[in-house]
Write a protein that binds this ligand. Structure first.
Ligand code: AMP
Ligand code: MG
Length: 411
């Protein structure tokens, strides 16, 4: 028998931070790692620090196309004529010292020759045959990129836990890294509970609805770099739920379910996790998405998301995402939060923290979707982020509020 729903209403609600921190202490980073070619490692997470074996750039070089000079030789004011004694391309070795009283034609990235200590850009010169006219004086170091100014030998350039963004892949390549060791992708099994569910591709019979959570959950997990095992739809019986959960937990590093965690008689996920292993059932002070189950079976964690489609999205983004980031080995578990200007009033303080589906316009104002029900999937599909109305908070049009852009939540 399920619990009495009305008695349950009076239980205290668990603050979101508390749930996130409990999950964080329970999350274990995957121990498997893989060695990948750099070009295959985008968005993966480094499993080791990266230390530079060399200086970048490896030698002093020119930041401009122009003329390498000795600043002492160009100390006087005004136009100075000098012969061009050598030409140095990018990729040249550049070991021939600059002849006294002369300059070297030089190109961007080319090594600075011994005895030269500045570069005058081409646009500030006038060439005549094998001579050039330059303006003095010139200070030492002008337009020279120093050896090691980006990276010094033995610098740790990236840490274990860093996500390999395009910029970081470029940085890793700049120290000559061909391979990187990254964490394996977590294997996450998903299952959707509900007798009413059918998948697209089947006609709906009376009483049925399409299984939308399956697609939202799979895509959210894939966006986070997980390998998804789809265990399908699970009927609302104790036996089916038990079989599916055991099967999922045996194969995966994490099981994520939808539905069946409220207090109704047909909500079997909660009972089965409790029976199989260990369970925390939380009534979170979050809207949408109050009920959330967290437990484990044979060391495989299970996160039981609510059934309502918008609640699935919000609880995944706010509660499950940091847990999965830690499993993946990421060091930054934060939920990217900005501030934006409310384009609407929130006059009535609420007990639960509400995550409103909003859009940010080009002037930094947020508009909220008119229908904020937890079953209204169009609200999340329309929105580009969530505005936070904290518990007991009110705000008015024009006030700054916290805003979580979806772009930051989907990786
Ligand atoms: P539950 O938590 O199982 O009581 O589900 C809450 C609500 O979400 C019910 O209206 C369900 O029909 C709906 N729901 C549950 N699972 C899904 C799903 N996979 N796709 C779409 N709606 C769902
Ligand atoms: Mg259900």
């Amino acid at each position: 028998m399920g619990k009495d729903c009305c008695a349950d209403e009076h239980q205290t609600l668990l603050p979101i931070e508390e749930a996130i921190s409990q999950l964080n202490s329970a999350a274990k980073t995957i121990s498997r790692t893989q060695t990948l070619k750099l070009q295959e490692a985008r968005s993966r997470i480094l499993a080791t620090d990266l230390c530079s074996p060399l200086n970048v750039p490896p030698h002093d070089n020119s930041a401009m196309d122009g003329y390498a000079v000795n600043s002492n030789d160009l100390a006087s004011e005004g136009e100075i004529k000098r012969p061009i004694s050598q030409r140095i391309n990018a990729g040249a070795t550049g070991h021939t010292p600059l002849l006294p009283g002369s300059v070297a034609r030089i190109f961007t990235g080319a090594p600075i020759p011994p005895q030269a200590d500045a570069v005058i850009m081409q646009e500030q010169s006038r060439r005549e045959g094998d001579h050039v006219f330059l303006q003095g004086p010139v200070e030492q170091g002008r337009n020279i990129r120093r050896a090691g100014e980006d990276i010094a030998q033995n610098d740790i350039i990236l840490n274990k836990g860093h996500v390999l963004t395009p910029q970081r892949l470029g940085l890793a390549a700049s120290i000559g890294q061909e391979w990187v060791e990254v964490y394996a992708r977590p294997k996450v099994a998903i299952l959707c509970t509900g007798d009413e569910l059918v998948n697209p591709g089947t006609d709906l019979l009376p009483g049925q609805i399409y299984n939308s959570n399956r697609f939202t959950m799979r895509a959210l997990l894939e966006a986070l770099g997980c390998e998804v095992l789809d265990m399908g739809i699970v009927r609302d019986t104790h036996e089916a739920t038990r079989t599916a959960l055991v099967d999922a937990a045996d194969q995966a590093d994490l099981v994520v379910t939808s539905g069946g965690v409220s207090v109704g008689e047909e909500d079997h996920v909660r009972n089965v996790i409790e029976e199989l292993g260990q369970l925390d059932l939380w009534r979170l002070n979050i809207k949408p998405g109050k009920p959330l189950a967290f437990g484990s079976y044979h060391d495989t964690p299970v996160i039981g998301l609510p059934g309502n489609p918008v609640s699935v999205f919000v609880t995944f983004a706010i509660i499950a995402r940091p847990f999965i980031l830690k499993m993946k080995g990421a060091s930054d578990l934060r939920t990217p939060t900005l501030q934006a200007i409310a384009g609407f009033d929130w006059p009535k303080a609420q007990k639960r923290r509400e995550f409103l589906r909003v859009r940010l316009d080009e002037n930094g104002h947020l508009t909220s979707y008119p229908h904020q029900g937890s079953g209204v999937l169009r609200s999340v599909a329309w929105a580009d982020g969530l505005a936070i109305a904290r518990e007991n908070q009110t705000f008015a049009k024009g006030d700054l509020v916290d805003y979580l852009p979806f772009k930051g939540l989907l990786g």
